[in-house]
Design a binder for this molecule. Structure first.
Ligand code: SDX
Length: 392
């Protein structure tokens, strides 16, 4: 070989970037949005307030937050022709695949979001995606159960609209349970941004070609779908249900996860960055206890999860590899207790992550970053001469 090409460390946009949005310390298990600790935000703020902070950089005043919510309300109507697109999907289509397609399709009905030349156009594109994404995300669920598609109610707050869009029936008004509403609001905050994870890096990469905000977000949805990333929350529940069906023996599955010849991994454990407890997992675990207690839900799945966590945290294999529960380990248990169907768990993650994707796309465009173009270390064949068919 001619030897590996040494990459110029300064090679522009080789995949890593400078960002002022989220700070992560994987060793210490620290997560901050725009300098504010995740624990403080999760316990004191609401999702749209945190979305404003992440996107625009400061906690909003009362007036700023009201204006933001009202500007989003101007764009919560989704073009009726989008229903023709969703009707083209089979009922069993996974909601994440439908959501990614619908998000990109929104561009056709909102062409101005592609070339954002100034602050106003960017702000309008942001309000459009914040309004419409929530609606189409719930449509992916309503489609799977064959229920009529709901519309955003501009007299109600953002997160309450999520519950109504998901569960309100024409037969009568949906009764909001405050415990459920508070838990969903907190879960969205905990998922709102996470630095340069797989889906966010995808949004920045696609956005760097100026493909437009909706196309960039659509690519983030596709990346999040994978079971090693956002799809893990659904995979955790499926794993816990498998353990339950198999008799609930946590030790057996811990051993399976340790077996190098067995592809089985403990879903919801491990992280590319956190080599300590994922701070979000701590908050979600407490919320899971509170929500199940408040709702009077005694879910054996939660007990299996606690057993798995307890045993894994004492097991040398996991301890030596710094494998701790991550954000996905407990979130599925709360979603299940809140009546969210399993195949919608990753859509929940996407709704929470939307402001982070938007903020990272905005930052990349405002910084006029060049088109993403990571380089490689070539390990293929050196130069060789062409061979005619007889010589091969
Ligand atoms: C998210 O990046 C982000 O910020 C993502 C996210 C966000 O908010 O955007 O935090 C959300 O994606 C959380 C992660 C959700 N995924 C899962 O829970 C899936 C299960 N976890 C693993 O697949 C894994 O831990 C990853 C993908 C999360 C991280 O993989 P790494 O860092 O590449 O870990 P690795 O493959 O290098 O593993 C190191 C060792 C290996 O063993 P050895 O080769 O040392 O013998 O740890 C083992 C792995 O086999 N290992 C596991 C394991 N995770 C890693 N063994 C059993 N079960 C696991 N879950």
């Amino acid at each position: 070989l001619t030897g590996a090409i040494t990459l110029d460390p300064g090679y522009k946009n080789s995949g890593s970037c400078k960002s002022a949005i989220t700070f992560l310390d994987g060793e210490e298990g620290i997560l901050r949005y725009r300098g504010y600790a995740i624990e403080e935000l999760a316990n004191n703020a609401h999702f749209l307030e945190v979305s404003y902070l992440i996107i625009f950089g400061e906690l909003p005043t009362e007036k700023q937050l009201e204006k933001f919510e009202n500007d989003i309300r101007k764009h919560t109507l989704v073009n009726e022709e989008m229903k023709g697109i969703i009707d083209g999907f089979p009922k069993h289509a996974h909601p994440m695949g439908v959501l990614s397609s619908l998000t990109c399709a929104l561009t056709a009905f909102n062409p101005t979001v592609v070339n954002v030349e100034n602050e106003n156009q960017m702000y309008e594109a942001i309000c459009k995606i914040m309004g419409k994404f929530l609606v189409i995300a719930t449509w992916t669920y309503r489609k799977t159960i064959g229920y009529p598609l709901n519309y955003y109610d501009n007299t109600k707050p953002y997160v309450e609209n999520f519950l109504r869009l998901m569960f309100e029936l024409p037969t009568g008004p949906y009764k909001v349970n405050q415990t459920v509403l508070n838990a969903i609001d907190k879960l969205f905050i905990l998922h709102a941004d996470h630095e340069q994870n797989c889906s966010t890096s995808t949004v920045r990469m696609v956005g760097s070609s100026h493909a437009g905000l909706f196309a960039s977000i659509s690519s983030g949805v596709s990346a999040l779908w994978g079971p090693l990333h956002g799809g893990a929350n659904q995979a955790v529940l499926e794993m816990l249900e498998e353990i339950q069906k198999d008799g609930g023996d946590a030790d057996k599955f811990i051993e399976k996860a340790k077996d190098r010849n067995d592809p089985f991994r403990l879903m919801g454990f491990g992280h590319r960055v956190y080599k300590n407890f994922d701070p979000r997992a701590r908050i979600i675990k407490k919320a899971a206890d509170d929500v199940l207690a408040e709702l009077g839900v005694d879910d054996p799945i939660l007990n299996i999860a606690k057993q798995l966590e307890e045993k894994a945290l004492k097991d040398e294999y996991f301890v030596s590899r710094n494998l701790y529960p991550n954000v996905d380990f407990y979130s599925g248990i709360i979603y299940r207790a809140l009546g969210i169907p399993t195949e919608m768990f990753t859509v929940m993650f996407a709704i929470g992550r939307l402001p982070g994707w938007v903020a990272q796309w905005k930052e990349m465009r405002e910084n006029k970053e060049p088109i993403g173009r990571p380089r490689q270390i070539y390990i293929g064949e050196p130069l060789r001469k062409f061979k005619t068919m007889n010589e091969r």
